[in-house]
Write a protein that binds this ligand. Structure first.
Ligand code: PBG
Length: 326
């Protein structure tokens, strides 16, 4: 007549729920992506990402100090250059916006946080693709690898701790590892965007970096239909020397996160991308979702699926919520 087992007993009080919680998100798990724009005097809001700014060199330094003081685990830098060309020259220019930003941040916070940078050409090319194009206008894998090798060494010279290989070229992790080692940067690590899907959820990011992408990225990023293929991509990146592997986007790909976690022993990260952020922010603005609960539930779910490090535009805010005991 009465239930023999009562799972509700372990849910009776906040203290009881805390005692039996299986998943905890730590501030140190959270990585804050930041945009720095060349040639602006004041920080500039990104309309489709409320609360996110394109930073000036000064405002970048300030926001990084704030994030470090809040206790985030790391920051990921993206550069928005004033001029773009076919090969993305500004990406390998030691005085290009991203390399300058890395130097600024390294000088400001040193080893107090983990400084990461995007290793990809799309912010720097006039056509918006992640690599250089061949005569037919297709992204040329191997010619792009040579550009990535150069870019990695420049970012290492600027003082980055981890380079984020996000271009989805075959062999990119191996080539970057070799280039870093040959230049004496054996301690600079690789956060490999290993399973990166051709996703509609990157839309707001394109506004943030003012990319004018011609066409799409389906010839190099993964088809959302494919889960097993992610394991192959991850295995290749680990074999080539990836120190951490990442799945991206996060929430629509939690099955992939869980499968990757089960398959490898390196740390697994996930990227809660611009579209995931924009979607929730739009609902917050309308009063349709509760801000604090939604932010923490999404992060907890990504953590539960098996990702430890989470790139999220809410990193500083979430850190404050976690510290306040939410
Ligand atoms: C490539 C890169 C992209 C994002 C991170 N690195 C854009 C793309 O692949 O099209 C998207 C991140 C986001 O949407 O938040 N440099």
């Amino acid at each position: 007549m009465y239930p023999d087992v009562r799972p509700r007993r372990l849910r009776t009080t906040p203290a009881m729920r805390r005692l039996v919680a299986e998943t905890v998100v730590r501030p140190a798990d959270l990585i804050l992506p930041l945009f720095v724009r060349e040639g602006i005097a004041e920080p500039k809001p990104v309309a489709s990402m409320p609360g996110v700014l394109q930073h000036t060199r000064d405002s970048l330094r300030k926001v990084v100090v704030e994030a470090v003081e809040a206790g985030v685990g790391g920051i990921m830098l993206y550069g928005v250059p004033l001029t773009r060309d076919e090969v993305g020259s500004a990406g390998t220019d030691p005085d290009g916006v991203l390399n300058v930003a890395i130097r600024d941040v390294a000088a400001e916070v040193g080893d107090a946080t983990v400084v990461m940078s995007d290793l990809c050409l799309d912010e720097f090319t006039s056509h918006g693709h992640c690599g250089v194009l061949d005569a037919q206008g297709r992204v040329d894998n191997d010619a792009t690898l040579a550009r990535y090798a150069d870019m990695a060494v420049r970012q290492a010279e600027a003082g980055v701790h981890l380079v984020g290989t996000s271009g989805m070229m075959d062999g990119q992790v191996g080539v970057v590892r070799e280039a870093l080692d040959a230049a004496g940067h054996t301690d600079v690590g690789i956060l490999a965007y290993a399973a990166k899907y051709a996703s509609a959820f990157y839309g707001p990011f394109r506004e943030a970096v003012e990319s004018t992408l011609q066409g799409d990225r389906r010839a190099y990023q993964q088809d959302p239909a494919n889960g097993r293929e992610a394991l192959r991509e991850v295995a290749l990146d680990v074999a080539e020397g990836a120190d951490l592997v990442m799945v991206k986007p996060a929430l629509p790909y939690l099955d992939v996160v869980a499968a990757v976690r089960a398959a490898v022993d390196v740390p697994v990260a996930a990227y809660q991308v611009s579209g995931e952020y924009a979607m929730a922010e739009a609902a917050f603005a309308n009063g349709w979702l509760d801000r604090e609960r939604t932010i923490l539930e999404t992060l907890t779910s990504i953590r539960r699926a098996g990702a430890q490090q989470i790139l999220t535009y809410w990193a500083t805010e979430a850190t404050a919520l976690l510290r306040a005991g939410y």
